[in-house]
Write a protein that binds this ligand. Structure first.
Ligand SMILES: [Zn+2]
Length: 585
């Protein structure tokens, strides 16, 4: 009897899906099954299948469950492949990077001669008198001294040339460019910058920090056609690397270009654009009002943080340090402004409800930013929550249901960008103040060649210290910092878990105590990045109700040797429920 019953049940269950359930299966747009779906949730849950309808994820579960329940217009048998949420690049200069794709690229140039050859090639296709611009040189990869205008004059006597260092903090100009900028012996250094000079007091062609504006400001802006072309190239790269969200340093004006792409259905990343911390509160608010009037879909294009700079970079020795660089006695870097002025600006903008994202590299710069954020919080607590302008908050959170009370003091989620060298006493302050440490692991492997001699054996322990930061429960979104580094999240993951360069050097990893697990690293590039832009309820995990931004990877990142992460790539990139990239197509 029991046996028969079992038999009947078996027969029924075999037939049912075909005979009965076929009619009742729910129609959806996309089903991925038979895979290893890393949801990137807190427990690193793994499922087999994910169902998508329209823009959103409607179910996760086993392949059998979802195949029984849904009939999808497109089904993909993953054949065991790894799926993760799409990468969210939490710190990128997307537009600048896009334009750099059209100009002279000095990335990976190994000698100043190689750089000259690339400039010379551009001279050939450029009319006399027209500007030649480029980016990406890194003197620490050459003879470790700054190049000069004479190097460029040799290959470009008739064109003004202006080439920005890989970190964006130093410019290299030829004589024609300096002449147009009217820089001579008598020109004073602008505040927060330096015109490097030779023994005779003549400008060498190297312009540091704000001094870059003297020449950079003369470069004619790119034409509309160039802007569109560059943006198309950059978006293509983003699709090929599985990037589905960017938090962008390009500034308010760029939203106009993004909007055009969005209207033409060509914007294949979600954009959280940043405004300029330097602008007056009046101007910032006016931009928010103007932006809101366009009624863009905020999950596709929105304004989030104000981006400001506290100091320069370690590579250029312009990072603001508490004590001089170990390899340059007497030089403690260049803060952009005094602590008092910085704090005043932070407090003023915090009070209006703006999220603030401050570039801070040196331990002094990080402390200055933390001091400012602490003062802002004190101010808010003293004045009560009403001190925050609720209208400003609504601007920030247009796409979420976050209310004033949800996050209390940490509501605004201020960020420190890079948080590169942090004094041991300050790690805990990130946690206490709820400050996000927005980090870019590829910088550590790019800088490791000289970071220790520049910082000394003690300070280097607090440098690029994402594991230590994480041990204080600090939120750590990951970014590429393109075009400072390649727009390649796989390189970020590899750097985060190995602390090695592409050649596997050094064995065991540089400062290996700071390595992360691959699961943590993926979550930093997805969920944590979403958190940093107030969007962790709509993306960053593979979960019902979230946007279907997904990557099917060529290899299982969670099991392969770290070196193999570098040769992993998307097989599919899915954005907003649609396949926007398929390998080989
Ligand atoms: Zn940057």
């Amino acid at each position: 009897m029991l046996k028969n019953l079992l038999k009947i049940t078996l027969v029924l269950s075999l037939c049912l899906p075909n005979l009965v359930l076929a009619q009742t299966k729910q129609k959806i747009s996309l089903l991925l099954y038979n895979g290893k779906v890393f949801t990137a949730d807190e427990k690193f849950t793994i499922v087999e299948a994910v169902a998508v309808d329209g823009e959103k994820i409607v179910a996760v579960g086993t392949s059998n469950e979802l195949k029984a329940r849904y009939q999808a217009a497109k089904e993909i048998d993953l054949q065991g492949k790894l799926v993760t949420p799409g990468f969210n690049d939490a710190h990128v200069h997307f537009f600048r990077g896009a334009l750099s794709l059209l100009n002279v690229s000095l990335f990976d140039s190994k000698t100043v001669e190689e750089a000259k050859t690339r400039v010379a090639a551009k001279v050939k296709e450029t009319k006399a008198g027209e500007w030649i611009i480029g980016r990406g040189w890194d003197h620490t990869r050459w003879a470790n001294k700054f190049p000069t205008r004479a190097n460029l004059d040799a290959v470009a006597p008739n064109n003004p040339v202006y080439l920005v260092r890989v970190d964006g903090h130093v410019g290299w100009a030829n004589s024609a460019a300096l002449k147009l900028a009217k820089i001579d012996k008598a020109t004073k250094n602008p505040e927060g910058g330096e015109i490097e000079r030779d023994a005779n007091g003549e400008a060498t062609g190297i312009l540091k920090e704000t001094a870059q504006g003297l020449v950079g400001g003369l470069v004619p802006p790119p034409t509309a056609e160039q802007q569109t072309k560059g943006m198309e190239l950059a978006l293509k790269m983003a699709r090929e690397y599985g990037i589905t969200s960017v938090q962008d340093n390009s500034g308010y004006e760029t939203t106009k270009l993004y909007r055009e792409f969005l209207r033409q259905n060509k914007l294949t990343v979600r954009v959280a654009e940043w405004q300029d911390f330097e602008d007056s509160v009046e101007k910032l608010k006016q931009q928010r009002t103007e932006f809101a009037a366009f009624k863009d879909n905020p999950s596709r294009l929105k304004l989030t943080a104000l981006k400001g700079y506290v100091d320069g970079t370690l590579g250029s020795k312009t990072a603001a340090m508490l004590a001089p660089f170990s390899d340059d006695a007497g030089n403690s870097g260049i803060p952009r402004r005094s602590s008092e002025e910085l704090t005043r600006m932070i407090v003023e903008r915090d009070k209006e409800g703006f999220q603030i994202a401050l570039h801070a590299i040196g331990d002094k710069a990080n402390r200055m930013a933390l001091d400012g954020f602490a003062e802002a919080r004190k101010n808010r607590q003293e004045g009560g929550r009403n001190q925050i302008n609720p209208n400003a908050l609504r601007f920030i959170n247009t796409n979420t249901d976050l209310g004033l009370t949800t996050y209390g003091d940490n509501l605004i989620r201020h960020r420190i960008e890079h948080a590169q060298v942090v004094n041991p006493a300050d790690f805990k302050r990130f946690e206490e103040l709820g400050i996000i440490a927005s980090m870019q692991p590829t910088h550590a492997v790019s800088d490791k060649r000289w970071a220790e001699s520049r910082l000394g054996e003690y300070r280097v322990l607090g440098a690029y210290a994402w594991h230590l930061m994480k041990s204080y429960n600090v939120h750590i979104p990951f970014g590429t910092d393109f075009p400072v580094e390649a727009i390649n999240p796989y390189a970020t993951l590899y750097a985060a878990v190995s602390r090695q360069d592409a050649e596997g050097i050094p064995a065991g990893g540089w400062q290996p105590q700071e390595r992360l697990s691959i699961e943590d690293a993926i979550r930093c590039h997805t969920y944590e990045s979403a958190y940093a832009e107030f969007a962790e309820k709509e993306k960053g995990e593979i979960k019902i109700g979230m946007f279907a931004d997904l990557i099917v990877h060529s290899k299982d990142l969670t099991t392969i040797e770290p070196r193999e992460i570098l040769t992993t790539a998307p097989v599919y990139t899915i954005f907003n429920g649609a396949i926007i990239y398929q390998r080989g197509n």
